[in-house]
Write a protein that binds this ligand. Structure first.
Ligand SMILES: C[S@@+](CC[C@H](N)C(=O)[O-])C[C@H]1O[C@@H](n2cnc3c(N)ncnc32)[C@H](O)[C@@H]1O
Length: 266
């Protein structure tokens, strides 16, 4: 019986021989791997299969191994959850079921791959975390559902809890895809123009300057003259000033950290 849906370099060949290749666990050595424990493996690659991340997946610059939690379920109905100890609404993913899925994920994992539970209680995901994940050999992510997971499994495996933001999603899959997207675009070769990650928001601690394109005038609004001047030095200065002004106005936290770094001469 298959325990996985796998994606990545092999997915190019899915058209030729779909079922058997989908049954093979993806484990290409040296390729950054997102291993996802989920009740909805069919939700992957989802939007990650599109555009640059999708092309990079097909080209084998990263790979995806979606592990179906249901395969580790108990009994005839492959139950994965049960009622909360102490009472209350909803259901909780069982430690024994999730533990078996984590063991399977870790047996396939090579190198350094943090084990993360997507959780609104976790540390808020940010660009620095994406950079750290991109430097690792991959990541294993647990997507919760219902009321979440049995605490003992988080303690037993020393799982890091990471949140997409201060709101509650129905499940971890969307959060996982957002974090994988932010990480994969930092992997070498994924973006054609490497400079673009260096200039975008958060790269140097500032939000990005405004962007414009043709037409030169739209609805009576013109592109700022400096951008049409062809003067690269002035354009760079204008963009830096705009990035600083936007960051100071919208994100005082980032602005304070940026100024502190400047003061330290970093
Ligand atoms: C309905 S939520 C459970 C919420 C949980 N009872 C609580 O109050 O913290 C179901 C699953 O969605 C995922 N999830 C929800 N919000 C999230 C967020 N902000 N970031 C990451 N994952 C989230 C988690 O995996 C969670 O186990």
């Amino acid at each position: 019986m298959s325990l996985t849906k796998s994606h990545g370099r092999k997915s190019i060949r899915e058209n030729l021989k779909p079922q058997s290749l989908m049954d093979e666990p993806t484990n290409l050595a040296g390729v950054w791997t997102a291993r996802i424990i989920t009740l909805f493996p069919q939700a992957f690659p989802g939007v990650l299969g599109e555009s640059l991340t999708g092309k990079a997946l097909q080209d084998g610059l990263w790979q995806l191994d979606a592990i179906d939690l249901r395969d580790f379920g108990l009994g005839k109905h492959r139950n994965v959850d049960d009622t909360p100890a102490g009472g209350g609404a909803g259901m909780v993913l069982r430690a024994d079921v999730l533990g078996a899925a984590i063991d399977e994920a870790q047996s396939r994992s090579r190198g350094a791959a943090p084990l993360i539970y997507l959780s609104p209680r976790g540390a808020r995901f940010d660009q620095a975390m994406a950079r750290n994940l991109a430097r690792a050999d991959g990541v294993t992510m647990i997507c919760g559902r219902f009321e979440g997971v049995d605490q003992r499994v988080l303690d037993q495996y020393n799982v890091q809890e990471v949140s997409l933001g201060d709101f509650v999603l129905t499940g971890g899959e969307i959060a996982a895809q957002a974090m994988i997207d932010a990480t994969v675009r930092l992997l070498p070769g994924v973006l054609g123009n490497a400079a673009s990650t260096e200039e975008e928001s958060f790269a140097d601690g500032l939000l990005e300057h405004p962007q414009f394109t043709k037409p030169a005038e739209w609805q009576g609004r013109a592109i700022p003259d400096v951008l049409m001047s062809g003067h690269h030095g002035e354009i760079a200065k204008w963009r830096q000033a705009q990035a600083q002004a936007i960051t100071a106005a919208r994100r005082p936290d980032l602005w304070a950290a940026y100024q502190a770094r400047l003061k330290r001469g970093e």
